[in-house]
Design a binder for this molecule. Structure first.
Ligand code: MN
Ligand code: MN
Length: 405
């Protein structure tokens, strides 16, 4: 049995759906049968894709109504290949509902440079693997340089110029996730230093830098974007003086934060209260053990952009007006939850589920359904839900966040 089909089976089992026989399609894909409803597919089909989306093919009976698509896989994003690396993006062009934020997945081999540039949007990043050197200079001539590795974050405010360079590592450079605080962001529309200089008259460049025009004979005719660079020296030597260091570091060690641990997993929350530079993006790194679940909740402060790092998951999003839709996610997928919509995330695999939640907000906030119920007068809750006092009295009044399986 392939890994794909095994995951498909596990996902089906977690959904309590029928397995085997008529309910099991080719290559481990479930059939769209939920007794007594449904029937097998007779026409053309894509078993590999269907196996990845068991809860789309055979949704729970509680799903209802028309909801926007809330899933995109980076595997379906165009790959921009350059000497030394690549980039691919998930924006409103790929996932139209994702108006608040966009993401870019980028690989830089050792010494490869993401060219000096800036953009209108603020940039938040999580290092997935390997190491990189990042630099920036702010509007007051204050400087920043740091080396980041797995689990480290960076944040460059809107309009602040910066660079990223892969460092030697066991994986030859690095790979990271970038998140921008506008869904319309495009990685192909950033302001590149070579692009600007190629489109500025030489005599103007000479006047600006106080150099002869011949000094610019080596300027590239078009943008470099990602290109092989010189091996960087020691970090201390790259920390330029200028007007001193920027007052709030643009980097943060997220994995070094002590997590909130629960019986079902853990949560690390990084927002501007612990990473002051990150004024427009708040994030949580969530780990959910097999069978465990990120509890039913919603966010009072905006849309949620998710990135799945390890494992497989299902999420049902409740959109009011009887609308609910369930999606499957796996490593490399993006999920999205529009503002205030209720949701949970269940680990459907046999390994730890790890994912990031991002919000366009200076602070992280979630509202727990269970806590709301536990802390509302019980006679009132009883009148809504029919739960007896023994059940209501046993509910935890603290926020659990990740429930055990
Ligand atoms: Mn950038
Ligand atoms: Mn959430």
């Amino acid at each position: 049995m392939t890994d794909l089909s095994r995951r498909g089976l596990i996902a089906g089992a977690a959904g309590g759906a029928l397995l085997g026989g008529a309910a099991q399609g080719a290559a481990g894909a479930p059939a769209p049968i939920r007794e007594p409803d449904g029937a097998d597919i007779l026409g053309p089909k894509n078993p590999a894709r269907e196996a990845q989306d068991p809860f789309t093919l055979r949704p729970p009976k509680t799903d209802h109504g028309t909801m926007p698509n809330l899933k995109w896989s980076f595997a379906d994003s165009h790959m921009r290949l350059e000497e030394g690396g690549w980039a691919r993006q998930t924006t409103i062009r790929e996932l139209p509902i994702s108006k608040a934020m966009a993401g870019v997945n980028m690989r830089l081999k050792a010494d490869a440079v993401r060219e000096m540039h800036w953009h209108k949007e603020a940039e938040w990043s999580y290092m997935l693997k390997g190491r990189a050197r990042i630099t920036a200079v702010d509007q007051d001539g204050r400087t920043f340089a740091d080396d980041v590795s797995e689990g480290d974050l960076w944040y460059f405010p809107s309009g602040i110029p910066h660079s990223i360079q892969g460092l030697e590592s066991e994986i030859d450079g690095c790979e990271f996730l970038l998140v921008f605080d506008d869904g319309a962001f495009s990685e192909d529309s950033t302001f590149l230093i070579t692009d600007w200089l190629a489109h500025t008259p030489r005599d103007v460049l000479a006047k600006n830098f106080g150099l002869p025009e011949e000094a610019f004979a080596g300027l590239p005719k078009e943008e470099l974007y990602i290109f092989p660079g010189p091996k960087p020296g020691p970090l201390a030597a790259d920390r330029m003086g200028g007007a001193g260091p920027i007052p709030q570091s643009f980097s943060h060690r997220m994995l070094a934060q002590a997590p909130i641990r629960t019986r079902g997993g853990s949560v690390r929350i990084t927002d501007s209260t612990v990473f002051p530079a990150s004024k427009t993006i708040a994030a949580a790194l969530v780990e959910v053990e097999p069978g465990a679940m990120r509890e039913l909740h919603w966010h009072p402060n905006g849309d949620e952009w998710q990135y799945y790092i390890d494992g497989t998951a299902r999420m049902t999003v409740f959109g009011s007006e009887s609308k609910a839709r369930t999606f499957d996610y796996r490593a490399g997928d993006v999920g999205y939850v529009p503002f205030a919509m209720g949701h949970y995330i269940e680990n459907t695999g046999a390994t730890t589920l790890r994912f990031l939640e991002m919000f366009r907000s200076p602070t992280y906030a979630d509202v727990s359904l269970a806590q709301w119920v536990a802390l509302t007068p019980h006679a009132l809750v009883r009148a809504h839900l029919g739960l007896d006092e023994a059940a209501l009295g046993g509910l935890p009044t603290g926020k659990v966040q990740v429930l055990p399986g």
